[in-house]
Design a protein around this ligand. Structure first.
Ligand SMILES: Cc1cc2nc3c(=O)[nH]c(=O)nc-3n(C[C@H](O)[C@H](O)[C@H](O)COP(=O)(O)OP(=O)(O)OC[C@H]3O[C@@H](n4cnc5c(N)ncnc54)[C@H](O)[C@@H]3O)c2cc1C
Ligand code: SF4
Length: 337
């Protein structure tokens, strides 16, 4: 591991100031905040990330979950994944988020992992994590060993000829369905970015994964008030039942009126270069009866633009089944409530 300097920040303002100053002084060299450390230390040990400055943000007062004035929820960036998953308000009003968090990693990891760190976790593409392979995300312009290589667990939606990596987070998929906002503190003050605009597709710059600028600190994620009368759920399909990333997952929110779909939100995980909002699926089911034919319509629409690679064609059918099954489960809950 490369040497780096380490400092603890005592306020959000100081963290941003330290990060900005280090970035400028070191002529654009990497500066990283450390929260739970479950992604960052891994990647530093592998030599994939090599920040010259690491700023510990664990002493910042960002570990609270609180109600917002409009009836929504504010989740501090340092709230641990376990605490968030078991928070009574999350379990009651945003079950899709609780289920997504509990499906991720292991209990020990969830106890360390934070909301901000989970948002920014990096891809599990094996070539990205292996310094000897060509990887445009790790080293821009070096190529992409995954195209035509081992790509079984990589993306089929939102990819480019430069990168086919998938976003591995479960939490991000639920936050996408919930229309979360990411709260950011930066050099120019605070701003709020809808999660749909926060992550970027790879295009020809796969190393730029989100809209954060040097020095930006995520302070919180906010959720709008729960949708009255809606039900939600998360379904994750993977090679083994626990401690495994999604091959395909779906986060669904559904509101039925008189047996028909009045509102639907669908996001996919494991198959997109970013947490994938399936708006075509949502539109396809609006006003339709709650039936398996309708859920199949949604599944087909969600995967219409899929571009499978040499080893992950199976994900198209897997993701369709995941969407249809998750919608059917949520509809059943809504009808029997
Ligand atoms: C073995 C293993 C299995 C896993 N399985 C799953 C799984 O099934 N599903 C899943 O979703 N995840 C899984 N994960 C990933 C895990 O959820 C993430 O590692 C974790 O959420 C990262 O959070 P952290 O607080 O530890 O982040 P850190 O490692 O501290 O930080 C990660 C990145 O975020 C940046 N960062 C952190 N906080 C902030 C902030 N507030 N503002 C700006 N930047 C910030 C850091 O600089 C760093 O770049 C797994 C991880 C491991 C090691
Ligand atoms: S898919 Fe993306 S992360 Fe994986 S090797 Fe290609 S460029 Fe790198």
């Amino acid at each position: 591991m490369q040497n780096f300097s380490f400092v603890r920040a005592s306020s959000a303002e100081q963290a941003v100031r330290l990060a900005t100053a280090a970035h400028t002084a070191q002529q654009g060299a990497e500066v990283r905040f450390i929260a739970g450390g479950t992604t960052l230390t891994d990647l530093m040990k592998l030599g994939v990330e090599h920040p010259l400055q690491v700023i510990d943000i664990n002493r910042l007062p960002l570990a609270q979950v609180s109600d917002t004035a409009d009836g929504g929820l504010r989740i501090g960036a340092l709230v641990r994944n376990s605490d968030l998953a078991w928070h009574p308000r999350v379990q009651q009003a945003y079950p899709v988020l609780s289920q997504a968090l509990l499906s991720g990693a292991s209990a020990q990891l969830r106890n360390m992992a934070t909301t901000g760190g989970n948002l920014l976790q990096r891809t599990r593409c094996m070539y990205f994590r292996d310094n000897l392979s060509a990887c445009n995300k790790r080293e821009p312009g070096s190529g992409c060993a995954a195209i035509g290589g081992a790509n079984r667990n990589l993306a089929i939606l939102g990819t480019s000829e430069h990168c086919i990596a998938s976003n591995p987070s479960d939490m991000n998929v639920a936050l996408t369905t919930l229309d979360a906002q990411v709260q950011i503190q930066g050099r120019a003050g605070e701003r709020s970015v809808p999660i749909a605009d926060f992550f970027l597709v790879p295009g020809n710059t796969p190393h730029i994964e989100n809209v954060l600028q040097p020095g930006d600190l995520i302070t919180a994620v906010t959720l709008p008030p729960p949708v009255a009368g809606a039900r939600s759920a998360y379904l994750k399909l993977r090679d083994r039942a626990s401690y495994e990333f999604a091959l395909a997952s779906a986060a669904v929110l559904l509101r039925l009126e008189n047996g028909r779909v009045a509102e639907a939100r669908v996001a996919l995980g494991g198959v997109g270069s970013k947490p994938w909002r399936a708006t075509a699926a949502e539109q396809a089911v609006l006003g339709q009866p709650a039936s398996s034919a309708t859920w199949q319509l949604a599944a087909e629409a969600a995967l219409r633009d899929a571009r499978p690679q040499s080893e992950n064609g199976f994900k198209v059918e897997l993701a369709k089944r995941c969407v249809a099954q998750c919608l059917a489960t949520v509809a059943h809950t809504a009808q029997t409530a």
